[in-house]
Each structure stands twice: as C-alpha cells, then as structure tokens.
Write a protein that binds this ligand. Sequence first.
Ligand code: NAD
Length: 464
Amino acid sequence: MSTDRRKFLKHFGTSVLLTSASLSSLAAKEEHEVRILRQQKRMSANDRIRIATIGMGIMGFNDTKAALSVPGVELAGVCDLYKGRLAHAKEVYGNDLFTTMDHRDILERKDIDAVIVATSDNWHSQISIDAMRKGKAVYSEKPMVHKISQGLEEIRVQKETKAVFQVGSQRVSSIAYRKAKEMYEAGAIGKINSIEASFNRQSALGAWQYTIPSDGNIQNVDWSRYQANADVKHDFDPKRFFRWRNYREYGTGVAGDLFVHLLTGIHFITGSKGPESIYSIGDLTYWKDGRNVPDVMSAVIHYGETKEHPSFQVTLRVNFISGEGDYGTTKIIGSEGVIDLGGEGDSFSIRKSIMPEAPGIGGWDSLFTYTEAEQKKLLSEYNQRWTKAQQESPTIDPITYRAPEGYNSSNDHFANFIEAIRTGKPVIEDAVFGFRAAAPALACNDSYFQKKVIHWDAENMKVV
Ligand SMILES: NC(=O)c1ccc[n+]([C@@H]2O[C@H](COP(=O)([O-])OP(=O)(O)OC[C@H]3O[C@@H](n4cnc5c(N)ncnc54)[C@H](O)[C@@H]3O)[C@@H](O)[C@H]2O)c1
C-alpha cells in the first residue's frame, strides 16, 4: 500500500476506515479521496410506539419497513382503497393485522400512536389534518400538500394540536446531506451563487407507468372515496387509480414528485426559507398515454439575499425520456468550488477551484495582437507585479464522501420521527419546512399551466 494511501486511511474525525471492498472500488477512482461517513448511534427502545399506515402502495410498504427498523415500533393497522393491497399487507404482516378502507377507522383506534400517510398526493393534507385532530403523530409523505392553498391550514392545525408532524423527504436525514451541509457552512465552496439540480430517467416505469393488477376494478377499489375531494370527477379508470401521478387531479406532476426532493435538499443545505420567484416550462414529448402533466420540465428559480444566504439561482429539470439514461444530481456552485450530490443523496463530492490572484496574461487574450515590443513590455511588467505563486491556482484534490454500504436514509428519517414522539424533541422536517419546500415546487406547476412567473413570499409562505 502506498504511503499516501496509508496516510489517508488513518484519520478523519467524522469518517471510518475504508474496507477492502471500498478500496477496490476506490482503485478505479484513484484521483478521488473517498471518506466513508459514520452512521449516528440509534436510540434504544424505551416506549413501544404503535403505528398504522394509510396508503399501502409502493411507499406505504417501504415506509412501514423503515418505521419498523426503529426498535420498539409495531404495526397496528393498515388502510388502503384497493383490497389487493390490504390482502398483501396481511400476507406480509400476519392475518391478525387490522385493515380497513376508511382512514377514519384507523384514527378512531386508541391503541395507535402514529400514522404514516403514504397515499397519493391528493389525500396527504386532509388525512394528516384529520389524524392530528385525533391526537396522532403524523409522518406525511411528500409533497406535504396537493395544492399551495392547503399549506397554511395544515401548519395551523399542527400548531394548535401540537402533534408531532414530520414530512417524508428522507434526504434531510441522510448522513451525506448532513455532512454536505456542514461542509457548505464551513465555507468549502466559497460564496454560493447557483444550483443545478435534475432527475433524468429513460424507462416506462421511471415515467410512472406502473403495473396494474388484473383485479384492479371497481369492485376492488373504492373509487368514489378516492376522488371524493377532486374538483372534477371522472368515471373509474384503473390508470387514473394505479398511475395517479400522471393526472393533476390526484398527483402533482414531476414538480411535486421530484422537484420537491431537490428543493428540500437545497433548503436543508443552504438554510433557505425559499425563493422569491419561480418560472417553469414543460412539454409532453413522449409518454402520450393520456396523462395531463409534462414529461420534460425545467424551472428557473431565484433566491434573493436573506440573512441565511446570499442571492442565488436554481435551475431544476426532470426529463423522462432522457438519452442521458437514469441520472440525477444536485450541484451547489460557489465562488471557490462545487458540492456535487448524486441522485439518491447517499454521497457527494467536493471539487475546489480557486482563481489565481493574478488576472492572467497571454493565451486567449488580446496580448498577441500587439507589437512584439509591446508584448515584451507588458509581460515583463506583469511578471514584476505578480509572483509565480500569485499567478497559479492552488491545486486541491477533490474529496468524495459516501454513506456506508446498505445505508438507508429513510430508516434515519423514521428514527428521527419516533425519537420526537418519545422525547418531545423537534423533528428534522416539520410542517413549516415541508411546506416551504412543497410550495415552490407546486408553484412550478402553476407557472407552467398559467404561463407566468410566480412570486413567492417565503417568510410568510404566501403567493404574492
Ligand atoms: N419519499 C420518497 O422518496 C417517496 C418515493 C415515492 C413516493 N413518495 C410519495 O408517497 C406517496 C405514495 O406514492 P406511491 O408510489 O406509494 O403510490 P401508490 O399508488 O403505490 O400507493 C398509494 C396508495 O394510496 C392509497 N390511497 C389513496 N387514497 C387513499 C385514501 N384516501 N385512503 C387510503 N388509502 C388511499 C391507494 O389505494 C394506493 O394503494 C406519494 O405521495 C408520493 O409522492 C415518496
């Protein structure tokens, strides 16, 4: 092993030694120092916490698993509007599991402390409010609301009931995001000026064409409850139920599905309360399956200067038919470097680039267009004025920080939620934070559909 490598294996307050497995993957990335982040200590189980999941689809199953990874948590019930998912919940968690198609049955039960709201976006706000009013702690999937107009009421109910309320954008609990925030605050990239963030996909499943079950019919789906709160009602169509993301009536398009993750991470790292103005464009270019939301969307968002941060610009993009393949990133760019977070938020790298003090002379410059004598004179003056060191940019090797193999930020996000229930400590992603990320994401839809710039008062959380 080279001394250099040995040297960097020996240290790091916040890091652990690399394993042989990580060393082999490191070989391919010789130029990068890789630091494996250390997981936080878990609280031990003192009180038993009984949870129920409302909305037992993809995320319902995933969230339930993550919640049950926290010691002392038990599953007491499940609610869903499709019978097949209730039957599968019993297959996974046992025949005695309480199941229902009406979320109010869950909320009436005194033996349930907390609910996970993992329904389609159209039900998040109402079920969360109903649950808080019934004294339950709530873990609401993102986006916190379906419409911007729902946010302040939900915050008001949370304040009134003092319910423990966490929004489910797990990247704020990721050890990689925490470390990135620490590095950002320590000035690792100088003064921030812009952020580029995107999700690119290139598959039918990535574009939300999820598998529909053969018995997904009106006998097995409570369709009237599903669209009870929709402004415009439609006849039953399994696509509208099982692929709800494609319809504005129930989902929030790529903005509410994916921009919200990007903005959550950005607000977490920069400490921002939100932007001032939002403009968005979109097209339905490829997935013309009846959906009424774009499959390619770009937004330009301006964050004004506040006491938390200087002004900066954000560009967001989702492309569901991207020839770049499945790839996402968040690049936070400052005057002296970039924090480059991968799509899933489990790792990031910092690349520094610092300008030399001297402005430079020669190369792509007007110097060569002057007479030989003039060029000589200017060069000699320049070399007298600036030392060699001042003429060069310092070289700083990039560093990659990575969560350990198998790390799951959702487990940490649930650990944070359960700890708040047990100890009364604040959650990491409360209703105000959740709404401040959701609203500008949803404003991207409003901008696109209304073809105008949306102005946002982030402090008071109002469209202006
Ligand atoms: N945090 C993340 O990384 C992440 C990832 C994916 C999805 N999500 C969010 O999770 C939510 C669910 O997404 P999904 O992919 O699991 O959807 P899904 O379609 O797989 O599941 C949604 C389930 O909610 C049920 N449902 C709808 N309205 C209901 C109601 N009123 N009462 C009871 N059940 C109801 C449906 O029957 C369905 O089974 C979405 O809001 C989505 O934005 C978050």
